[in-house]
Write a new protein. Structure first.
Length: 206
């Protein structure tokens, strides 16, 4: 587990460094998450690190078992009054190992995908490490819970042309690793980076 958390913490630090240079206007850019700005995504990242299993289930009960309501409440708590507050709240969580119910590996997947969710619209070229992206892909491919990645790429072969990574069998989809990870998590914007006979099938499943 220490290697996993070291990766997670490194990814958080790298994102925080990129965020420190943003203008006020950039914080309001739409992210790749529908309906969320860059600032919303960062607040969500901070909020998820504070949900122990006990806090999660307590908050779920309080929200009337509505996941969207719970998420919105926790996001609002971390936004603060300004982008500076949002960034400070995120930075305060960088070294934590707290996480909601489920495997700790899900936190690696979350930081890899959400980092790309904010970097891509902003034109920031920094990508997660190869190890972190591959680790995130393995997390998503092992479960359909919440993300539904395994269902989305069933019967398809993925090939990262920048890392030499492959997974699955069937009609092939090729492209950068970060784009493969985003696409398997349902981000349509990433599909334009991909080629191969399996792309049409993946596109239809988004």
């Amino acid at each position: 587990m220490p290697d996993l958390w070291a990766q997670i913490h490194a990814e958080r630090r790298a994102l925080a460094a990129d965020l420190a240079a943003l203008t006020f206007e950039q914080w309001a850019y739409p992210s790749l998450c529908d309906g969320w700005s860059v600032r919303d995504v960062v607040a969500h990242l901070a909020a998820s690190t504070k949900l122990t299993p006990g806090r999660f289930f307590s908050a779920l009960i309080t929200s009337g078992f509505r996941f969207n309501t719970l998420g919105a409440q926790k996001l609002a708590e971390e936004l603060g009054a300004s982008p500076e507050d949002t960034l400070a709240n995120f930075c305060a969580t960088i070294e934590t190992t707290t996480h909601p119910p489920g495997p700790a590996g899900a936190m690696l997947g979350e930081i890899v995908v959400h980092s790309a969710d904010v970097r891509r619209p902003l034109g920031i070229g920094t990508h997660s490490s190869a190890e972190a992206m591959i680790g995130a892909a393995r997390v998503f491919l092992s479960s359909n819970a919440v993300i539904g990645a395994r269902r989305r790429i069933a019967g398809l072969r993925l090939r990262a042309n920048d890392l030499g990574w492959t997974s699955g069998s069937g009609p092939e989809i090729e492209g950068p690793m970060v784009s493969l990870v985003l696409a398997m998590c349902g981000r349509p914007a990433a599909v334009r980076d991909l080629t191969g006979e399996g792309v049409a099938t993946l596109q239809a499943r988004l």
